[in-house]
Design a protein around this ligand. Structure first.
Ligand code: FES
Length: 103
């Protein structure tokens, strides 16, 4: 499902999109793209507005840190957020609307 133009999410940025029941945060980090559940499981902070360092995003509200690759919370790896398959073709960003869950 196309959710954005690649131009809307330049390297180093992120965008929040709604796909069905999910708020998904899409991140463009270097040459890579990641899509994770965009609502922090702590108190609902917007992960698309978080700080990205390498392949980790820090929630802007209380600094919980999540892997962009696996969705796992770094301090307690038994929990985290769902991840979604994301791909870019012909300048369009597409997300699989079915979450992968925690790897
Ligand atoms: S809402 Fe994300 S760390 Fe509290």
């Amino acid at each position: 499902m196309t959710v954005a133009s690649a131009d809307e999410i330049p390297t180093g940025s992120a965008k929040s999109v709604t796909v069905g029941p999910y708020e998904i945060a899409i991140f463009h980090v270097g040459d890579e793209w990641f899509a994770i559940e965009g609502t922090c499981p702590h108190q609902g902070g917007p992960l698309a507005e978080g700080w990205v360092h390498e392949k980790t995003v820090t929630c802007p509200w209380h600094a919980w840190c999540f892997s962009l690759e696996t969705g796992r919370l770094q301090l307690l790896e038994t929990t985290g957020v769902a991840t979604f398959e994301v791909r870019v073709e012909n300048g369009r960003v597409a997300v699989n609307p079915q979450p992968r869950g925690l790897d």
